[in-house]
Design a protein. Structure first.
Lengths: 114, 113
């Protein structure tokens, strides 16, 4: 049973527009959430995170929103750029990030068209 | 070198072969991990090592045998694999008990024929 779900396998957007990537989780113990970005032939790299004590975290063009009651988070990229084309993984962990055990979703492939 | 380095980048092996994947980190971390990424599946945690001791084995079949001789090196020994074991195997490292600074290697693309 998947604890972290990324139900849409892919998303295609035009350069300059907003990209919204969604993630749902089922485990109530999760209280720290991360997004990773993966280019082909490279390992995932950390992008942005959010603690359950917040509902929004922003870093430049990237914003993550957390809705605890719905067990849902989303990553917004504004404006989207062709270099953002990659696979994005949502991940969750308990204990406020004090655990090294990350649970990942399947990933979503984002394509940003010039 | 810096970061987490995995070798080889690609590996094709027969079901009766024995091979090993290698992971090396130069980040001063004391926890290392093996993950498996199969097509259309989540990244699956296989093994966790803290200070060279295995602390987690996520019900991984015995045909996968990890080895951690020191905090900087991690191996995954493979024998009598099945075609369904074909996947991207990712190594990662961090400080124990923390996801901050969690760093992945580029992975080994394994094909079992």
């Amino acid at each position: 049973d998947q604890q972290v779900k990324q139900n849409s396998p892919s998303l295609s957007v035009q350069e300059g527009r907003i990209s919204i990537l969604n993630c749902d989780y089922t485990n109530s113990m999760f209280d720290y959430f991360l997004w990773y970005k993966k280019y082909p032939a490279e390992g995932p790299t950390f992008l942005i995170s959010i603690s359950s004590i917040k509902d929004k975290n922003e870093d430049g063009r990237f914003t993550v929103f957390l809705n605890k009651s719905a067990k849902h988070l989303s990553l917004h990229i504004v404006p989207s750029q062709p270099g953002d084309s990659a696979v994005y993984f949502c991940a969750a962990t308990p204990f406020g990030g004090g655990s090294e055990k990350l649970v990942f979703g399947k990933g979503m492939k984002l394509t940003v068209n010039p | 070198e810096t970061g987490v380095t995995q070798t080889p980048r690609h590996l094709v092996m027969g079901m009766t072969n024995k091979k090993s994947l290698k992971c090396e980190q130069h980040l001063g971390h004391n926890a290392m991990y093996w993950y498996k990424q199969s097509a259309k599946k989540p990244l699956e945690l296989m093994f966790v090592y803290n200070f060279k001791e295995q602390t987690e084995n996520n019900s991984v079949p015995s045909r996968f045998s990890p080895e951690c001789p020191n905090s900087s090196h991690l191996f995954l020994h493979l024998h009598t694999l099945q075609p369904e074991d074909s996947a991207l195997y990712l190594c990662a490292s961090s400080q124990p008990g923390a996801i901050y600074g969690y760093t992945f290697g580029s992975g080994t693309r394994l094909t079992v024929v």
